[in-house]
Design a protein around this ligand. Structure first.
Ligand code: CP
Ligand code: NVA
Length: 309
């Protein structure tokens, strides 16, 4: 059996394809157990600290509920209430928390903060979103795709919009899982070049592929999955107006999805700006699986916690 005990979950880049597949399969199994009313509490007596420097609906609730269902306890820690907000170092925070807790989930701005927290901590650290990545969401999303399509390898996922944290994790996950990934962003909003480079390398090993360009129609052509995210992520609110102009031809709407496969899945990590990055008709349409994705955050993160903590 696979053991991931003691590992951090900071990025899919650190996980081998078979480890990612193991977590997806475990998530599906834990989902089945929960629906069947089976009690499964491998984390009895354990506590997860959850540090939030940004807002959250799904991440906060799904981690807290997930920990409870696994028999453990979760603590919500807002950065401003911690001494961290008054200048206590990440290292001292990490060392101190390691004396009380069994795992830490953190949502923050700089990716560096998560890396430093993990370096300073002696317990597993989970990335609950940074400006660079959102691996818990991508894991839940590929679980959703596997449930809906019965497989992952060889499918085509198209992402239309901002080259942000979400596309980075989706792209890395696709590369590891042998998925064909296509991205269309406006000029100047491309994904991070280092993430692109690494994803290309992994895709070459798994039979996946990567297309990056500015043409939304080309990216979406024959896609099995169409994904988008907000044009201005948390921390970029001041750029909202200029971004609305730059992204105006990148809305996922009825006209654009005609180019995807007929049975495409529409996906969005949420929260969404309806009428901006996606039309109401598409996000509320029959191909949309947004709330299955949201639900699977619970199951996927339970899999991560059960595996590493
Ligand atoms: N998708 C996601 O992470 O949502 P929250 O910001 O509500 O946690
Ligand atoms: N890209 C979005 C995702 C939110 C879950 C953000 O960072 O705000």
């Amino acid at each position: 059996a696979m053991s991931l005990r003691g590992r951090d979950f900071i990025g899919l880049v650190d996980y081998a394809p078979e480890e990612i597949q193991y977590l997806i399969d475990l998530a599906i199994d834990l989902k089945r157990k929960q629906k069947a009313g089976e009690v499964y509490q491998p984390l009895k007596g354990k506590t997860l600290g959850m540090i939030f420097e940004k807002s959250s609906t799904r991440t906060r609730v799904s981690f807290e509920v997930g920990m409870y269902q696994l028999g453990g306890h979760a603590l919500f820690l807002s950065k401003n209430d911690l001494q961290l907000g008054r200048g206590e170092t990440i290292y001292d925070t990490a060392q101190t928390m390691s004396r009380y807790l069994d795992g830490i989930m953190i949502r923050t701005y700089a990716h560096r903060t998560v890396i430093d927290l993990a370096r300073g901590a002696t317990i597993p650290v989970i990335n609950g979103l940074t400006d660079l990545s959102h691996p818990c969401q991508a894991l839940a999303d590929y679980q959703t795709v596997q449930e809906k399509k019965g497989r992952l390898q060889g499918l085509k996922v198209a992402y239309i919009g901002d080259g942000n944290n979400m596309v980075h994790s989706l792209m890395m996950g696709a590369a590891k899982l042998g998925i064909h990934f296509a991205v269309a962003t406006p000029e100047g909003y491309e994904p991070d070049s280092e993430v692109l480079k690494l994803s290309r390398e992994f895709a070459a090993q798994t039979g996946g592929s990567l297309y990056v360009g500015t043409d939304a129609k080309e990216a979406i052509a024959d896609a099995d999955v169409v994904y988008t995210d907000v044009w201005a992520s948390m921390g970029f609110e001041a750029e909202q107006k200029e971004r609305e102009i730059a992204f105006k031809n990148y809305q996922v709407n009825d006209e654009l999805v005609k180019y995807a496969k007929k049975d495409y899945l529409f996906m969005h990590c949420l929260p969404a700006h309806r009428g901006e990055e996606v039309s109401e008709s598409v996000i509320d349409g029959k191909n949309s699986v947004i709330f299955d994705q949201a639900e699977n955050r619970l199951h996927a993160q339970k899999a991560v916690m059960a595996a590493i903590m």
